[in-house]
Design a protein around this ligand. Structure first.
Ligand SMILES: Cc1cc2nc3c(=O)[nH]c(=O)nc-3n(C[C@H](O)[C@H](O)[C@H](O)COP(=O)(O)OP(=O)(O)OC[C@H]3O[C@@H](n4cnc5c(N)ncnc54)[C@H](O)[C@@H]3O)c2cc1C
Length: 446
């Protein structure tokens, strides 16, 4: 199946999520046993929906190939994972306020408390890096002031460490199991309704089953390919290009896709997502890593020629194959990597129609020379380097004006820092680019 036809397939996953949730809710409303008080019943329905949504969240984070297919890439599946988990947690509030326990065993209540506290804590920790987008203005100033104190800085450093967060976040499935068990033994409708009991059990077993699959089996890896680091190049602006040579059957991927790169460091193997910035036709795979956090900073010192590496995937659906009209490819900093892959593949995967590429950089522009060479004999592809160090700013208005693109006919692809992409997204929509023709590649899943 071509990437173009996969795009509509990628919308069926989110649609299925909505349908399953609606059907499960409808089942509860239709199969309500006689004698159930309305308030308490609705509270228990909220709890059952919360278990359903969090179970679906477990399926979404498995990185199974069909999740990748039906959710338009595991990066989008990760976003849906976040959405369903947060909605499920919000539903715990009416559950706690409205429902009255069904006289289950004495441990049923405490199990509910343990499950809820665990899940809420892990979720709050997950959204901490985005606290600015959730906390209103005055609260933001207060938190920013508190953040300046030494103890707060220490706690913040610990809580924002991705690796620590990820290890603790892996307990989510255990808390879900405890919460689901609480529902199974404590919910009043289950005594009278076989269908509600068995569907609830099926939902819970599915969620916990997929969690166990991810923790016990998926980690052993599917689609793994052995490579060796054959070249390491400092390309400037805190970026390192790593060239990987296949040791066996090479990795098959489409331009713009990404893979999980497993590399060994002093404290064991680490696994991080990186765009495959090379063209699939090259004999080697190239990734460009920007020092953005602890791992990527240390990697630049530890990665050496000859080291073993493993790639898993490929993942992602960032493709121009479906694009129509005037295409605008916009990168901020290291967000150039998927576009590098597209540009390096111009011969084999030519874009339909006119393309203008914009790259916002601070001062250094590691790949500017190569990109100029790649588009030199292509009058249908323009390249504009926008260095902020020289006082230039990338905005939607600038892109539209300098490319001459008609907003109604443009298709926009963007990859880069979140604030830049948010501003561009708002600008393009305001200028009249249809929302369905603005595509973003997300480098941040948390
Ligand atoms: C689809 C995709 C493609 C990417 N392509 C590139 C690229 O071509 N070049 C590049 O320099 N960077 C790329 N990144 C970003 C890169 O993965 C992160 O910068 C790197 O993982 C940060 O790790 P750290 O420990 O140095 O930083 P940290 O400060 O620990 O993490 C910063 C953020 O990176 C993400 N992250 C960290 N570790 C992981 C992990 N193991 N799995 C998933 N996400 C993680 C989290 O969102 C985290 O909040 C890509 C990310 C994604 C999701």
């Amino acid at each position: 199946m071509s990437l173009r036809s996969r795009r509509w397939v990628g919308r069926t996953g989110p649609a299925a999520l909505v349908l399953v949730t609606a059907a499960y809710t409808a089942l509860w409303l239709v199969a309500r046993p006689a004698g159930e008080a309305t308030g308490s019943y609705l509270g228990q329905l909220a709890g059952a929906d919360a278990v359903l949504l969090m179970s679906l969240g477990m399926v979404l984070i498995t990185t199974l190939p069909w999740v990748d297919t039906y959710f338009d890439g595991i990066d989008k599946a990760a976003i849906w994972h976040r959405r369903v988990a947060i909605t499920g947690l919000v539903l715990l509030l009416p559950h706690i306020l409205l429902s009255h326990g069904g006289g289950g065993p004495s441990w049923a209540g405490p199990a509910g408390v343990v499950g809820t506290v665990g899940l809420v804590t892990l979720a709050v920790w997950a959204i901490l890096p985005r606290w600015r987008s959730v906390v209103p203005g005055p609260g933001r100033r207060l938190i920013a002031a508190l953040h300046e104190t030494a103890p707060a800085r220490l706690v913040s450093k610990l809580l924002s460490d991705y690796e620590i967060w990820r290890q603790v976040h892996r307990l989510t499935g255990l808390f879900l199991a405890v919460a689901a068990l609480h529902g199974l033994v404590d919910a009043t409708p289950f005594g009278d309704s076989v269908i509600l009991r068995w569907t609830y059990l099926a939902v819970s077993v599915t969620g916990v089953g997929f969690y166990l699959y991810r923790e016990l089996l998926a980690r052993r890896g599917h689609g793994l390919r052995d490579y060796q680091v054959s070249e390491v190049r400092d390309v400037g602006d805190a970026m390192t290009e790593i060239v990987l040579t296949p040791l066996g059957r090479p990795f098959e991927y489409e331009p713009g896709q990404f893979a999980m790169l497993h590399l060994e460091a002093k404290d064991g193997w680490h696994r991080h997502p990186f765009t495959l910035a090379s063209s699939p036709n090259e004999p080697h795979v190239r990734v460009t890593v920007k020092a953005l956090g602890d791992y990527t900073t240390s990697l630049q010192k530890t990665v050496k020629v000859g080291m073993p590496a493993v790639l898993s995937g490929p993942h992602g659906r960032f493709t121009h194959a479906h694009a129509t009209g005037h295409q605008l490819w916009i990168a901020g900093g290291v967000g150039i990597t998927p576009f590098l892959s597209w540009l390096r593949s111009l011969d084999t995967h030519p874009p339909a129609g006119r393309v203008d590429v914009f790259h916002a950089v601070r001062d250094d522009a590691p790949y500017a020379e190569e990109i100029r060479d790649l588009v030199a004999d292509r009058p249908d592809v323009g390249f504009d380097l926008v260095p902020s160090g020289a006082g230039r700013r990338l905005s939607a208005d600038y892109v539209l004006e300098s490319s001459g693109a008609d907003p109604g006919d443009a298709t926009v692809f963007m990859c880069g820092p979140e604030p830049l992409l948010r501003a561009l997204d708002t600008g393009f929509r305001a200028a009249g680019v249809p929302a369905g023709r603005i595509y973003r590649e997300y480098f941040d899943w948390r």
